[in-house]
Design a protein around this ligand. Structure first.
Ligand code: CP
Length: 315
C-alpha cells in the first residue's frame, strides 16, 4: 500500500465547497493588506515552485498568478504555447510529466479544452489550478468576482446579479453562476438566444430574452466579453446589431439599482458589449476586479500549498 499526498486542486466552483470558498475569500482579504504595502514580498511560500502553463492567451490571470507567487516568495516560471515544446509535437501529457519531473509544486493551467485541468490531475501529482478550461470553468475569476461583490455590497445572499452577453462561450459565467448560487444570490442572464447554452436553467438561473428585464433593479451587472475568437458564423447578426440590442450602456445601466456595481472580467470589447463611457465610470468595479484577482490568487496559492493538504490512501 502506497500512501500518497495529493495537494488540493482548484478545478472549479461547481465542485468547491462553501467553507472552502469562504476560506479563500477570508484569506484574500488578508492578502490585500500585503498588496497595499510598499514592500509586497513575504516569505510564506519560499522554497515552493509554481509553473504557469498558459496554452491560451492571457493578460490578467497569468500576470496576477505570477505576481501572486512572487509576492509570497515562491519561484514562478511561465510557459506559453509558442515558447514550449508543444510546438514541436510534444503531447500535453508529456509536457505535464516533464514539468512534474522538475519537482514543481503547483501547475497553473489554461487550456482551450474543457476538462483539461481535470485531466492534468490524473497525470501528475503537482497540484493543479484551473486558470480557464475552454468554456467550462475559470474558478479564480469566479472567486474574484464574488470577492469584489462582497467588497461593494457586504453580502452575496439575496442580491440580484445580472450576467449579460455571451454565456455560451463563457467559463467566467459558469464559475460565477456556481459560486453565486451556492452563496444565495439570484442570478439572471440575458443575451442572444444563440449565445445562451441549452440546459442553462438547470443551473438555477433566470433566463431573459431582453437585456432590460435582466437589468431591472439589479444589484450587480456583470457584462461578459463577446468571445470573437470562439464565435461560429451566424450566432449574432453583426457587431453593430449586438451593441444596439444587447450592449450595456448608460441608459440600460440606469435600469439597475442606482448603487448597482458594474463589472466585466476583461478583456473588454469597448463599444460592443459595453459602452466606453461606463467602462471606467463611478459605478465601475473593473479595475478593482483586477486588483482583487491578485489577492484571490495569492489566497488560492496559499490555501493549496499551506492551508489544506489532503492525504489520499492508494492501494
Ligand atoms: N479575465 C481573464 O481571464 O482575463 P485574461 O484572459 O486576460 O487572463
Amino acid at each position: 500500500m502506497i500512501k500518497k499526498t495529493r495537494k488540493k486542486d482548484i478545478l472549479g466552483l461547481e465542485s468547491m465547497t462553501i467553507p472552502d470558498m469562504e476560506t479563500i475569500l477570508t484569506t484574500a482579504q488578508e492578502m490585500k493588506t500585503i498588496i497595499n504595502r510598499d514592500i509586497k514580498k513575504v516569505p510564506t511560500l519560499r522554497g515552493k515552485s509554481i509553473v504557469n502553463l498558459f496554452l491560451e492567451p492571457s493578460t490578467r490571470t497569468r500576470t496576477s498568478f505570477e505576481l501572486a507567487g512572487k509576492y509570497l516568495g515562491a519561484d514562478v516560471v511561465n510557459i506559453n504555447t509558442a515558447s514550449s515544446s508543444l510546438t514541436k509535437g510534444e503531447s500535453l501529457r508529456d509536457t505535464l510529466l516533464t514539468i512534474e519531473a522538475m519537482g514543481v509544486d503547483i501547475i497553473v493551467m489554461r487550456h482551450a479544452a474543457e476538462g483539461a485541468a481535470n485531466y492534468a490531475t490524473q497525470i501528475v501529482n503537482s497540484a493543479i489550478i484551473n486558470a480557464g478550461d475552454g468554456a467550462h470553468e475559470h474558478p479564480t475569476q469566479g472567486l474574484l468576482d464574488i470577492f469584489t461583490i462582497k467588497q461593494y455590497k457586504h453580502k452575496i445572499a439575496g442580491l440580484k446579479v445580472a450576467i449579460i452577453g455571451d454565456i455560451l462561450h463563457s467559463r467566467v459565467a459558469r464559475s460565477d453562476i456556481w459560486g453565486l448560487n451556492k452563496l444565495g444570490a439570484e442570478v439572471h442572464v440575458a443575451g442572444p438566444q444563440t449565445l445562451i447554452p441549452r440546459g442553462l436553467e438547470q443551473m438555477g438561473v433566470h433566463i431573459h430574452n431582453r437585456v432590460e428585464d435582466a437589468l431591472d433593479q439589479a444589484d450587480v451587472v456583470n457584462v461578459l466579453r463577446i468571445q470573437l475568437e470562439r464565435q461560429k458564423a451566424g450566432l449574432f447578426p453583426s457587431a453593430r446589431e449586438y451593441a444596439r440590442i444587447f450592449g450595456v450602456n448608460a441608459g440600460r445601466l440606469a435600469l439597475a439599482k442606482p448603487d448597482a456595481v458594474l463589472m466585466h472580467p476583461g478583456p473588454m470589447n469597448r463599444g460592443l458589449e459595453i459602452s466606453p463611457d461606463i467602462a471606467y465610470s463611478e459605478q465601475s468595479a473593473i479595475q478593482e476586479q483586477v486588483q482583487n484577482g491578485l489577492a484571490v490568487r495569492m489566497a488560492v496559492l496559499f490555501q493549496v500549498l499551506i492551508g489544506g493538504s489532503q492525504v489520499e490512501t492508494i492501494d
